[in-house]
Design a protein around this ligand. Sequence first.
Ligand code: AMP
Ligand code: ZN
Length: 476
Amino acid sequence: MQLHNTLSGRKEAFVPLNPERVTMYVCGPTVYSFAHIGNARPAVVFDVLARVLRRRYPRVDYTRNITDIDDKINAAAAKEGVEIGVITRRYTDIYHEDLDALGVLRPTYEPKVTEHLAHIISMVERLIANGSAYAAQGHVLFNVTSYAGYGELSKRDRRELIAGARVEVAPYKKDAGDFVLWKPSTDDQPGWPSPWGRGRPGWHIECSAMAEALLGETIDIHGGGHDLIFPHHENERAQSTAAHDGKVFARYWLHNGFLTMDAEKMSKSLGNVKKIRELVENENGRGEVVRLALLSAHYRQPLDWSESLLSSSRVRINKLYRTLEDAGDVPESNAVAPDSFLAALEDDLNTPLALSELFQIRDSLQQAILSQASAQVRATLVAQLRDAASLLGLLRQTPDAWFKSFQLSGKAGANPTASSSLEGALTEAEIEAALAARSAAKAAKNYAEADRIRDGLKARGVLIEDSKDGQRWRRL
Ligand code: AMP
Ligand code: ZN
């Protein structure tokens, strides 16, 4: 498998440190409000990566944390006059429900910062003991000048980084780039006892501590959105490497591109967000449709979110389910996704190419149905289609349940961008291809085959009439 490593800036062959246990850490959500569809992108992308890795390796330990200590959470709790736990529990549950709707499997571990304070404190103590960090005025800071590799991940000179990030200048900092590992809490702020007084951890240290606790000192893959490269991942890398005597922290750094709306990054601060909740509740944006839309671009490229992306994704999913419905009951088959499909995913998770491979299997199945191929042939193609789709987290329902859920929502015709009754029907190109196959069969005097194609088309609502000018067709 090839993966693009942000650290080297190129695609590299993925070789796990221990093939018996692949380790992956992805930075999870800060739970203070609804997650937006941009936040769903890393969750879906790394879910596909975990599925692909699990195909190849016996054990993949995937950790995605929940950030449940944060000043934005404090602000939300203060506004409602409740404990932070009320806010974090509410939005953790909502996050789970939203990701369930998108078919994102739960990670192996989902640690919360509040459950790892002892580990965070011990890591900060070790960093102070080895001279990488220092305590000053109730704060503990990481001294960036102590780590020579600082800036390597984000590829910028340390001075330049600091200027660019407009870091907070504070009298207790030895260097303007030093960042907070621990900070004091006032009486009205949530806080935990520590050797430096009552306080709370800075943001970055939590991931270093939780990765160490659950996955060990060196992990195979570390992922997150592109915006996390600096300062978050640069700082995680500095802390972990310093705490582990210079041992490599993460061997492959993967970052997804932004989801944009009208070419601007979707973010709460810009106010251009679309909640996952709004989309999955809406008939046009049910989970699988949103998931396919998210996978339609390569994960490192920007993805512009639009109504037309959603409606074209919906048409594509309908097409897959329609073909499965047409295939009807077929015998069991152990067939799995073809190599070309896996090869696309193993090439730095090329989901657009994998999707086009998936639709090729669908086209072959469609042809097999039209030409009334043997049950065995159809069964193999159905199994291939289902297995390939499962690696992408798609086709999780039966066609019956899928189409029924549309009827039940009572909105089947409500969306003007969807071509309602024609959705999933054979396209003109497919009908023309079937007619060409029928002409060829007739020319070869294979009338049985020609009749099979005609009957297959009729079953799909397309009537063929033979005339002296050739074949004509119309939709029933
Ligand atoms: P947050 O809760 O803001 O820390 O974000 C959770 C995850 O979503 C992080 O990996 C972010 O990098 C990622 N993320 C946030 N906004 C976007 C976006 N517009 N497009 C893609 N990923 C995003
Ligand atoms: Zn992190």
